[in-house]
Design a protein. Structure first.
Ligand SMILES: [Zn+2]
Lengths: 386, 131
């Protein structure tokens, strides 16, 4: 297997982008990544997208966007693992480059969510749950995470205040990210007094509906060294994926995210790293409880210690292990298929020392964790400066 | 929502609570499966679940999905039945949602779940009620 590096990142401002279509946001992010990498041709395009079919009625997406980039002829494929689709696009491209099937790959993620109304968007996100035995009864995505939150609270004494601290911290980070959907200062009391969505989760515990795209260019490490100039070379040190039962009814312990634990074990093993080696992380805070459970599953904190850690500021920009410096899904936005790719963009920016006001000091090893559905899949990548 | 065929084929498990018991390891799967998640065995016998169980976890949904608008706030619960199988159901006949607790005993009852407009399919299944 060849060593593989990330040679370009492309982000665009996220939000409710009514003037833009799926194809235009995708193409802008792709062009930004190609320009950042300094290449104008690629051997492969991968696209992470959860549901272009339900959101905009467009399938056969990879061919469509390759054409939009003026690259018909290039092999292109779209992959799906619900909200983890973006990281899956990276993992598959990484495997092809590492195996020597292709040299330069363009890795992308996209979701155009506001072309349908809120009810249809909620329905589409709900298709990541078990349609016949969960969604049938009226449960929503916030509802599924609320059920996990309830068990975590009963098990460990996790509090609504601790969950609110995650939202406050991620909004504070998002204020420093020009591409974030929301630039809002949010206090713990703001979260606790916001509308209940699915008890115990409030509106400000939940990530928003977002239009967005993000892109990366990856290449074999020798090629990356040629193109890097004075910039640090960021290597993909580890990639781990795992699945879990899609329905909560089939999980033994709802206070743990088993897919996150397994995907992390695999990525740590491949990278030869342990949790204490990580300097900065982007994790899947689709709901505040998810960040708490994920920081435990990744081994940053012990079981039940994720809530207190958030409240004590251990995951803040200047904390022991800064989590979601980009603002996370909560503040940056959550265009589901683009999220995993954008997490990697942020970690590359951090490791290159190009993260501006939200730069984590001396970050040389970073981690991303991207979740599908209510924990039915998880993908972890570990990146390091070489 | 669901096509008539898609709803109809689930009648044995949705209407009659039929589950499959693995003849190899005894694990009960609800709904029935082709491969046992406990031992990957493929031989099953059909069993009917009891209607008695307890609440494993729950939530009160204030922003309901399409098709459930009139029912909000909606209490959803994960219920563990006596046989050990768990199922996601609505919790009905609870005047005060703040009284729901983990571990609360419940009973499943056959109820209407949702309907597709005035002339469309009516979907039935089970809801839990306080025991
Ligand atoms: Zn078995």
């Amino acid at each position: 297997m060849r060593d593989v590096a990330i040679i370009g990142v492309g982000m665009i401002p996220w939000g409710e982008l009514w003037e833009d279509s799926l194809r235009t946001i995708w193409t802008r992010a792709a062009v930004a990544a190609l320009e950042d990498a300094g290449v104008d041709t690629v051997d492969l395009i991968t696209v992470g997208c959860m549901s272009s079919g339900l959101f905009v009625g467009q399938e056969h997406l990879a061919s469509m966007v390759a054409d939009q980039l003026g690259m018909p002829g290039v092999p292109a494929s779209r992959v799906e693992s619900a909200c983890a689709s973006g990281s899956l696009a990276l993992r598959h491209a990484f495997a092809e480059v590492a195996a020597g099937l292709v040299d330069i790959a363009l890795v992308t993620g996209v979701e155009k969510m506001t072309d349908v109304d809120g009810g249809a968007a909620t329905y589409t996100l709900g298709t990541a749950a078990d349609q016949e035995y969960e969604s049938f009864h009226g449960i929503t995505f916030p509802g599924l995470y609320a059920m996990m939150a309830r068990v975590h609270m009963a098990h460990y004494g996790t509090t609504s205040r601790q969950m609110a601290a995650v939202s406050m911290k991620n909004h504070a980070n998002g204020l420093l990210n020009p591409n974030a959907q929301y630039h809002l200062k949010v206090s713990i009391d703001d979260v606790l007094s916001s509308t209940p969505v699915a008890e115990p989760l409030h509106l400000l515990d939940c990530s928003p509906i977002t239009d967005g795209a993000a892109a990366l260019v990856i290449a074999p490490i020798d090629r990356a060294r040629d193109l890097a100039g004075r910039r640090p070379v960021v290597r993909i040190a580890g990639s781990g994926m795992a699945t879990d039962t899609i329905a909560l009814a089939d999980r033994e312990d709802l206070s743990r995210l088993r897919a996150v634990e397994l995907s992390a074990e695999r990525a740590y093993a491949m990278a030869g790293k342990k949790p204490s080696d990580i300097h900065v992380a982007e994790v899947h805070d689709c709901f505040t409880i998810a960040e708490i459970m994920t920081t435990e599953a990744l081994g940053f904190f012990g079981p039940g210690e994720g809530g207190p850690a958030a409240e004590k500021g251990w995951t803040a920009l200047d904390g022991r292990i800064p989590v979601n410096p980009s603002g996370g899904l909560k503040s940056k936005g959550h265009p589901v298929g683009a999220t995993g790719v954008a997490q990697v963009c942020e970690i590359v920016n951090q490791l290159r020392g190009e993260a501006g006001q939200r730069q984590v000091k001396d970050a040389r090893v970073g981690l991303t964790q991207n979740m599908g559905g209510s924990g039915g899949s998880s993908i972890v990548h570990i990146l390091e400066v070489v | 929502m669901l096509s008539p065929a898609r709803a109809w084929r689930e009648y044995p498990q949705r209407y009659r609570l039929e589950a499959s018991r693995c003849t190899e390891c005894g694990k009960i799967s609800y709904p029935p499966r082709v491969v046992c998640p406990g031992c990957r065995g493929r031989q099953f016998e059909t069993v009917t679940l009891s209607r008695e169980g307890t609440v494993v976890t729950f939530t009160v949904v204030h922003v309901p999905p399409a098709g459930f608008e009139g029912q909000a706030p909606l209490i959803l619960a994960l219920v563990e039945l006596k046989e050990g199988a768990r199922t996601m159901v609505q919790l009905a006949d609870v005047p005060d949602p703040s009284q729901v607790r983990i571990g609360m005993p419940v009973r499943l009852e056959f109820r209407k779940i949702a309907e597709e407009g005035e002339a469309g399919t009516i979907f039935y299944g089970h809801k839990a009620v306080p025991a």
